[in-house]
Ligand binder design. Structure first.
Ligand code: PRX
Length: 637
C-alpha cells in the first residue's frame, strides 16, 4: 500500500489512522518518496501553538521548481505542462511542454535577476490568465523571490494597499487583458497604484492586447525584449524548507487584507499530495481548474500541485459566458478534459441557461468533477451531477481556505461515497474538531459547532506578513491549541462534515471571500455617509449578495438617494473592486445597537433575508425602535 495514492475506502481509513497516530512518519514517507531534495530534513515537524510557530521539514533544502519542472525533463520533456486556452476561441490554444516551460521559467528568472530582484524580495504579479502568469510565479520561486499575486479584477487602491503592505520591489503586469467581449486597461490601473507606492523600482509589462499605453521612462519595461536577451539556464536558488514561497492576500472580517505567508517544503508536499488523490490524477489526464491564479485555488491547483505531479494543467483566459454559455463545455470537448474543477457560483449561473449549451458537446472524457469556494447547494449539485457528470463522475466538494494552502476536507473520487452538500471526510493528516461556545471540543456525531483543526498540517500559512500578532489573534486565540477556521460545520451520523458557512463577518459572494469591514470603510469615506453596516443575504446565483444599511448625514430626498446609490457602489469599485458592489442599499435612520455600541448584525441579516418573523429578543438593544423603522422601510421600497 502506498501512502501517496489512496485507491479504496479501506486504504483511506488505514492511511488516515496512520497519519493521526504517527504524523511525522506519515509525512516523512510521503516527502521522501515523491520529491527531490537537495538535502533531507532534520525533523519532520516542530510546533508550538502558543507562539504560534510551525516548522515542517526543518533543515531540508530544495527548490520547488526542480520538483515542478526539472525532474520531469527526463521523462516528460515533450508532455504538455500548461495548456493555454485563450479568451477568444478563434485564437489557437498553446501547448507548452515541460521542456518549453523550463526554458521560459529560466529566462524569466534571469530577467528578474537582471532587474535586481534577489532572494526574499517581493514581486507583485498583476496579470490576466495568460501563460506568463504561471511562468512569473515559477520564476520567482526559481530565484527565491516571494511572489504576491493580486487578482487582476482588483482596483488600483486595492492593488496599492497590497503592494505597500509587502513593500514589493517590482510589479509584473500586461498592457491589458481580455475578459469576454471586454478589454481592460490593466497597465492604467497599475500606473495609478504605483504612483502611491515608493517601494516599486520596476514595472515589467507583458504585451497581450497590443493597446498603445504610456511607459514611464526608467521604471517601465516591456518584457519581451528582455526575455529575448535572457539565457535559458538559471541555477535554482537552494531554499530552506521554511523559506517563504509566496504571500497571498485574503479579506479579514476587520481591517486591512491579510497577507497570508506560505513557505516552501510543506506547501509543496501537501498540494502535490492532495492534487494526486482528490483528482485521482493519472499520467494521461488533462486537468482543468477554472479558477483564476489570483486566488489560492489557482496557486495550489493550477500551478504547484499539478506541476509537482507532472500533470497537464489548463489555463483558461476567458469567462464561462463568452462567446456563449457553452464555452466551458466546448473546452472540455476540445481538449478531452478528464478532471474539471470549478465554483458553485459558475455552476448556478450555467444551470439557469438552456441545456442545449451543454448537450451540444461530448463530455464523455470527464472522470472527476470538483467544487470549491463556498457551500454547493443541493440543486446545483444535482444539476452538475446529472448534466455534466451524467451521474458517472463523482463530485468532490472540496473545503479549504487561503490560509490552509491545500484542500482539507473532501471526498476522494471513486473512494469516498458522496452525499450532496457534504465535504465528507478529512484528508490524511487533517484533524478537524468542532467546538462549542465555551471553547470545548464537541465529541461524537450528529453535532455542530465552530470548525477548528487541532493538529498542524504541512501547508498551513505560517504568519500574516508583517503582523504575527494578528495571525495569532485571528486563528489561534478563539480556542486553545488549535487553528480556528472561521467556519461553522456539522458532523453527521457517520462522521461526514458539512460546512454550514462563516461564523464571522466574512461574506462569500460568488466564491469570493469579502470582509464586511473594509467595504464599510470604503462607504464611510463618502461625504454624505454617516455610518454603514453590510451583511450578506441569499442570492440565487452568487450564493450570497451584499446588503448595505446606510445612515446618511442628512436624510436626503429620494431623488438624491438614487444618485447616492450609484456613487456608493462607485466608491466601493474604486476602493476594492466591482466584486464588492452592493446588490441592495437601504438608507436607514439608525442601526440596531447593543448597549455597548456594537451593531447587531444578526438582526440586519434577518431583515436582509426577509426573515423577520422571529428576530429574537431585541429588548436589550439601545434603540429597539430602529428595527421597526428599518423593517417598515424595506416594505415601502
Ligand atoms: O467559508 C469557507 C468557504 O470559503 C472560505 C475560504 O475562502 P478563500 O480563502 O477565499 O478560499 C477559497 C478557495 C479555497 C472558507 O472559509 N469555502 C471554501 N470551500 C468551501 C467553502 N464552504 C463550503 N464548502 C466548500 N467546499
Amino acid at each position: 500500500m502506498s501512502n501517496y495514492h489512496i485507491k479504496n475506502f479501506e486504504e483511506y481509513f488505514q492511511i488516515y489512522r496512520k497519519s493521526v497516530r504517527e504524523p511525522e512518519n506519515f509525512w516523512g514517507e510521503v516527502a521522501e518518496e515523491h520529491f527531490v531534495w537537495r538535502k533531507k530534513w532534520n525533523s519532520v515537524l516542530q510546533y508550538d501553538f502558543s507562539k504560534p510557530e510551525f516548522k515542517w521539514f526543518e533543515g531540508a533544502k530544495l527548490n520547488i521548481t526542480e520538483n515542478c519542472i526539472d525532474r520531469h525533463l527526463m521523462t516528460r520533456a515533450d508532455k504538455t505542462a500548461i495548456l493555454f486556452e485563450p479568451n477568444d476561441p478563434a485564437e489557437p490554444a498553446q501547448h507548452i511542454t515541460y521542456a518549453e516551460l523550463s526554458k521560459r521559467v529560466n529566462k524569466m528568472a534571469n530577467v528578474l535577476k537582471s532587474q535586481g530582484v534577489k532572494k526574499g524580495d517581493r514581486v507583485c504579479v498583476y496579470l490576466p490568465m495568460i501563460p506568463e502568469l504561471a511562468v512569473t510565479l515559477l520564476a520567482c520561486a526559481r530565484i527565491g523571490a516571494i511572489h504576491s499575486v493580486v487578482f487582476a479584477g482588483f482596483s488600483s487602491t486595492a492593488l496599492a494597499t497590497r503592494i505597500k503592505d509587502a513593500s514589493c520591489k517590482m510589479v509584473v503586469t500586461s498592457d491589458g487583458s481580455y475578459r469576454g467581449s471586454k478589454t481592460i486597461d490593466l497597465k492604467g490601473i497599475v500606473d495609478e497604484a504605483v504612483a502611491q507606492c515608493d517601494s516599486i523600482e520596476t514595472v515589467l509589462v507583458v504585451k497581450r492586447t497590443g493597446e498603445a499605453i504610456p511607459m514611464e521612462e526608467g521604471r517601465d519595461q516591456w518584457l519581451e525584449p528582455l526575455l529575448d536577451e535572457a539565457s535559458t539556464t538559471c541555477e535554482p536558488e537552494i531554499m530552506d524548507a521554511e523559506d517563504p514561497l509566496f504571500i497571498l492576500y485574503t479579506s479579514g472580517s476587520t481591517g486591512r487584507p491579510k497577507g497570508m505567508l506560505h513557505t516552501t517544503a510543506g506547501y509543496m508536499v501537501y498540494t502535490a499530495y492532495t492534487f494526486k488523490n482528490i483528482f485521482q490524477y493519472k499520467e494521461e489526464d488533462i486537468y482543468w481548474c477554472t479558477a483564476d491564479i489570483g486566488w489560492i485555488t489557482g496557486h495550489s491547483y493550477i500551478v504547484y500541485g499539478p506541476l509537482a505531479n507532472g500533470a497537464t494543467t489548463i489555463m483558461f483566459e476567458g469567462v464561462p459566458s463568452y462567446p456563449d454559455f457553452g464555452r466551458f463545455w466546448e473546452v472540455v470537448e476540445k481538449h478531452r478534459v478528464t478532471q474539471f474543477y470549478t465554483a458553485p457560483t459558475a455552476i448556478r449561473a450555467l444551470a439557469k441557461e438552456n441545456l442545449d449549451y451543454v448537450n451540444k458537446y461530448d463530455l464523455t472524457s470527464l472522470k472527476v468533477l470538483g467544487s470549491v469556494g463556498e457551500p454547493i447547494n443541493e440543486e446545483a449539485w444535482h444539476w452538475y451531477n446529472d448534466n455534466i457528470g451524467k451521474q458517472k463522475s463523482p463530485i468532490v466538494d472540496t473545503w479549504w481556505q487561503t490560509e490552509t494552502g491545500g484542500i482539507m476536507i473532501s471526498p476522494i473520487p471513486y473512494v469516498t461515497p458522496t452525499i450532496p452538500t457534504y465535504a465528507t471526510l478529512p484528508m490524511p493528516g487533517i484533524q478537524p474538531a468542532l467546538m462549542d461556545e465555551r471553547g470545548e471540543e464537541i465529541k461524537g456525531n450528529l453535532v455542530n459547532g465552530s470548525l477548528c483543526i487541532k493538529f498542524p498540517w504541512p501547508s498551513m500559512a505560517r504568519t500574516i506578513w508583517g503582523d504575527h500578532d494578528r495571525y495569532r489573534d485571528t486563528y489561534f486565540s478563539a480556542f486553545n491549541n488549535c487553528y480556528f477556521t472561521g467556519d461553522g460545520a456539522l458532523r453527521d451520523a457517520v462522521g461526514y462534515y458539512r460546512i454550514t458557512g462563516r461564523v464571522d463577518d466574512v461574506v462569500i459572494v460568488s466564491g469570493h471571500n469579502l470582509g464586511t469591514a473594509p467595504i464599510e470603510d470604503a462607504i464611510n469615506e463618502h461625504p454624505a455617509v454617516a455610518e454603514s453596516a453590510i451583511v450578506g443575504f441569499p442570492h440565487d446565483i452568487k450564493g450570497n449578495a451584499l446588503y448595505g444599511f446606510i445612515i446618511l448625514k442628512e436624510f436626503g430626498e429620494t431623488r438624491l438617494r438614487e444618485n447616492l446609490r450609484k456613487e456608493i457602489n462607485q466608491q466601493i469599485t474604486e476602493h476594492i473592486g466591482p466584486i464588492a458592489k452592493l446588490d441592495r442599499i437601504q438608507f436607514v435612520p439608525g442601526l440596531p445597537k447593543t448597549r455597548s455600541g456594537k451593531i447587531m448584525r444578526r438582526i440586519l441579516r434577518k431583515i436582509a433575508s426577509n426573515d423577520t418573523s422571529n428576530l429574537g429578543d431585541i429588548s436589550t438593544l439601545l434603540n429597539p425602535e430602529v428595527v421597526e423603522q428599518i423593517i417598515a422601510e424595506v416594505i415601502l421600497e
